[in-house]
Write a protein that binds this ligand. Structure first.
Ligand code: UGA
Length: 442
């Protein structure tokens, strides 16, 4: 495999993993980020966020001498391929994506793009952007380099595995055939060892590649909201949504994945991506094509209030001053990411109603203490549930799923558990004297 010199601009969840994995595959990589503290942490071999397996890959790559991190964009100058993986958060007060960081990254990078003996520099966009962004950025880059759009499909918690063994690679290429060949060949060289294993590689125009990403996330979000709408139907009929999901999932055309009903989806991707997609459709005069995503978003947000209502009901309407244990703060297990976390949203709403919320999360605890000093963050589930009038399981960490209902029952004030992720064995909890409340389950 030929070694390619790479830069990765933006060292967040996407960039730090991509830089580490690409260096581990054998390439020479410099990761660039404006955050000096993050760069120092990465250079010391410490991932700045919780991601299983990343620490090992990062340290192995640093030890090999093929990976380093810098705040200086000039350090990207000798690279042949430049990946851009900066954030595209939701704009304040609007559904649209904030492209400030993408534009700033490209503006800072362009003066450092140089052609080498093997051809012009290639810029590969990885951030999730509104359709049409790549074409605009290609204009900005002009003759300084060739732009490809190479969306990323990694899941937090499985980021290393998804980066080195993706389901597919997608390249959005320029319309000009010669430029397209340059971009395609450069990306093929970077991903040679992944492609050798038979990973599907799909090439298209910029717009199609940009749309693949938001279409995939919209489909996943729709699947989750679909099953949560079915959970609402189960709640009014006494049916069981877990049974329903399993039974429809046996049909290969539907499949079992992403049909777990509960408090809904969160994180830094699905919620903001469907909103940015709707905003972009509106700009393009195609608002109607995506109005269903508005419903997907509202079903999702309704689940959070539903859990709050169940809690208020369990407390017989007397919420102020009542100790409530919340198990989980991250938007999903195996992550410390609390961006748009349903668990944290529910905890905040209950706290706003005056409940004495004690929250615990195996990974997000330190982040919570830093950014949410108003919350009572505990170190263990046992500590959080002591004296609780109701316990809420909101992020399905294995250590919460495995809690012993008999033992836990001894330290609470009232044995009421709300299983916001439908992962507990309801019979075992009921047998231990608990009132078990699932979502969309009798
Ligand atoms: C998501 C996509 O799954 C990735 O493919 C994509 O690359 C990524 O966004 C991105 O755009 O960068 P991620 O945000 O890491 O990945 O998390 P998911 O595993 O998709 O979970 C999202 C949310 O849906 C979580 O809150 C999870 O608890 C919830 N979920 C998931 C359900 O409520 N039910 C399910 O059946 C599945």
């Amino acid at each position: 495999m030929a070694i390619v010199k790479l830069s990765v601009i933006g060292c967040g969840y996407l960039g730090a993993v991509h830089a580490s994995c690409m260096a581990d595959l054998g390439h020479e990589v410099v990761g660039i980020d404006v955050d000096a503290a993050k760069v120092a942490q990465l250079n010391a071999g410490e991932p700045p966020f919780h991601e299983p397996g990343l620490g090992e890959v990062l340290r192995r790559a640093l030890d090999s001498g093929r990976l380093r991190f810098s705040t200086d964009m000039a350090d990207a100058a000798s690279a042949r391929v430049h990946f851009v993986g900066v954030g595209t958060p939701q704009q304040q007060g609007s559904y649209a994506a904030d492209l400030t960081y993408v534009d700033a990254a490209i503006d800072a990078l362009v003066p450092h793009l140089h052609a080498g003996s093997d051809g012009p520099a290639v810029v590969a966009g990885k951030s999730t952007v509104p359709v049409g962004t790549a074409a605009r950025l290609a204009e900005k880059i002009g003759d300084a380099g060739v732009l490809a759009w190479n969306p990323e499909f990694l899941r937090e918690g499985f980021a290393v595995q998804d980066t080195v063994a993706p389901d597919r690679l997608v390249y959005g290429l320029p319309g000009d055939d010669a430029k397209a060949a340059v971009a395609r060949d450069a990306l093929d060289a970077v991903y040679a060892s992944i492609l050798e294993r038979g990973t599907p590689r799909l090439t298209a125009d910029y717009a199609s590649a940009e749309l693949v990403k938001v279409a995939a996330n919209s489909f996943l979000a729709t699947k989750i909201s679909f099953i949560n709408a079915m959970a609402e139907m189960c709640e009014v009929t006494g049916a069981d949504v877990s049974f329903l999901a399993e039974a429809i999932g046996h049909d290969d055309r539907i499949g079992k994945k992403f049909l777990k009903a509960g408090i809904g989806f969160g994180g830094g991707c699905l919620p903001k991506d469907i909103r940015a997609f709707m905003a972009r459709a509106g700009e393009l005069g195609a608002e109607q094509s995506l109005t269903f995503l508005r419903e997907v978003d509202s079903i999702n947000l309704r689940r959070r209030q539903h859990v709050v209502n169940l809690t208020v009901h369990a407390l017989e309407g007397r919420v102020p001053g009542k100790p409530v244990a919340v198990l989980g703060a991250a938007f999903k297990p195996h992550s410390d990411d609390i961006r748009d976390s349903p668990a944290l949203d529910v905890a905040s709403r209950l706290s706003g109603l005056g409940a004495k919320v004690r929250i615990v999360d195996p990974a997000a605890g330190p982040v919570l203490r830093r950014v949410r000093p108003d919350l009572d963050v505990r170190d263990s589930a046992h500590d959080a549930v002591a004296g609780a009038h109701v316990v809420l399981l909101l992020t399905e960490w294995p250590e919460f799923r495995d809690l012993d209902p008999v033992e836990l029952g001894e330290s609470v004030e009232h044995r009421t558990i709300i299983d916001g992720r439908n992962v507990l064995d309801s019979a075992a909890w009921r047998a231990a004297g608990w009132t078990y409340i699932g979502l969309g389950r009798p």
